[in-house]
Design a protein around this ligand. Structure first.
Ligand SMILES: [Zn+2]
Length: 446
């Protein structure tokens, strides 16, 4: 197959990547100020990548508030977006690194530094893919815009700001996940239900909303009765005399039906013993079901499967009851309608629904030109016929129209994102450059 990437491109890409990796662009809220909302180091990485883009012949723009920047080439109505981010997660325990995380080196064919895989390496690979097309005198029938976010690893304030202030892309991809590509990802809705408290029982169980709780502790007056009920239901627990711990199986909330929720098991036993309406919501209505079926009815679609509903935290004090829930909503389901059904049901148990966080779903139909072109390019270069993914971790793609996550990690690439000694194999990077160049050529070349 024809390749646009020369050895010069490969060499220069590595040189430029090193410059970017040397900037320790970790969020620093303490260093937040005018023009550098996420700290001076983060905006320095943004400045550095825009400077590189200028040198390569792109027109650039930097958000005066310092949230994002972009670099553009080509002409036309259509705006093709490549969604990157310049912030990185902290180095973590530096003693676990064999080299300094922000002093990039090439070792045994790998470039080693924080950000080499996530997401500076893939960003540079995509950038040089377009540079190679420019060098081959390819003209574009659209504008290609690299959008550089700077707060991806935490709250996505950068991309929210972009979407608030800037032109929406027509379609595009985020080089921030895995090949072949992710074309559907459920919406993520996190919420709390609150209601009155009780002095009958005290409870504080579960924790992070995106995890199925594997333990739930209880101690209280009616402990013996609760134990009896747990035994009747056949629920495992450890008995520490004055206290019991109901045992479950932890798993990521997106796979909630495959876990065992210790908290709902405890709630089932408790609602047999105590007469307290908010508790019945979990103990009598939800029970062990983690697909939301008992609350909102069976909810699924062909593109992305079934709704998941993970009840992750439960707090009962004399003042209030508070239940935390994480839902992954199939891509074609209307979130507001679903939330209303959920809220109405909760109200029957004297609970008030309150939205906490919402991340849009991602869905670009398999038969779309974008997905088909990206997929066939990947397959032509690799021979890997793996099916496209319907869940691959959240990327900026879900904040934009018709965007998917496309690479940059191959199925057999060791996943070192967020790990000590993060590194990316240069051969892998060069191959990604070729795939991106060809894909962009097929999609945007005249
Ligand atoms: Zn990333």
């Amino acid at each position: 197959m024809k390749t646009f990437i020369t050895e010069t491109h490969q060499r220069q890409a590595v040189e430029d990547l090193k410059k970017l990796l040397a900037v320790p662009s970790v969020l620093d809220e303490q260093d937040s100020g005018v023009g550098h909302p996420f700290g001076k180091n983060v905006v320095a990485a943004l400045d550095k990548v825009l400077e590189l883009c200028e040198t390569l012949g792109f027109k650039t723009f930097k958000d005066p508030e310092g949230y994002y920047g972009y670099a553009e080439v080509g002409a036309g109505e259509k705006l093709f977006g490549i969604l990157c981010h310049m912030d990185v997660v902290p180095a973590g325990d530096v003693s676990k690194w064999s080299t300094s995380p922000f002093e990039p080196v090439v070792k045994d064919g790998f470039i080693v530094a924080r950000g080499s895989q996530d997401d500076k390496g893939p960003s540079i690979a995509a950038l040089y893919a377009v540079k190679a097309l420019m060098d081959a005198d390819v003209t574009f029938d659209c504008r290609i815009r690299f959008i550089f976010g700077s707060d991806e690893e935490t709250l996505w304030r950068c991309i929210d700001k972009y979407n608030e202030k800037e032109e929406a892309v027509t379609c595009g991809f985020a080089p921030d996940a895995h090949f072949p590509l992710t074309y559907a990802e459920k919406g993520l809705l996190q919420a709390y239900l609150t209601g009155k408290g009780t002095s009958e029982l005290q409870l504080h169980a579960g924790g992070a909303l995106n995890v199925v709780p594997d333990v739930a502790e209880f101690s209280g007056e009616k402990l013996e009765k609760v134990k009896e009920k747990l035994n009747e239901h056949g629920f495992a627990f450890s008995d520490e005399g004055e206290k019991i711990t109901v045992l479950g199986k932890s798993i990521h909330a997106k796979d909630a039906p495959e876990g065992i929720n210790a908290l709902t098991r405890l709630a089932i036993a408790l609602s047999d013993v105590y007469d307290f309406k908010p508790l019945d919501f979990l103990g009598k209505l939800v029970k062990e079901n983690a697909t939301g079926e008992n609350v909102v009815g069976k909810t699924m679609d062909e593109a992305s499967g079934e709704l998941t509903m993970n009840f992750a935290s439960l707090e009962i004090t004399p003042e209030q009851t508070k239940i935390g829930v994480d839902m992954r909503i199939p891509v074609t389901i209307d979130k507001d309608e679903l939330a209303k059904k959920f809220a109405d049901k909760a109200k029957e148990y004297d609970l008030t629904y309150e939205e906490y966080d919402w991340l849009n779903s991602l869905y670009v139909p398999l038969e779309s030109e974008l997905v088909q072109t990206l997929l066939s390019t990947y397959r032509d270069f690799t021979g890997d016929m793996s099916e496209p993914l319907i869940s691959g971790g959240a990327t900026f793609a879900r904040t934009m129209n018709q965007c998917v996550a496309f690479g940059a990690m191959f199925p057999d690439t060791p996943d070192l994102m967020h790990q000590p000694n993060e590194a990316w194999e240069l051969e892998s990077m060069y191959k990604v450059m070729e795939i991106y160049a060809e894909a962009i050529y097929r999609l945007c070349g005249k």
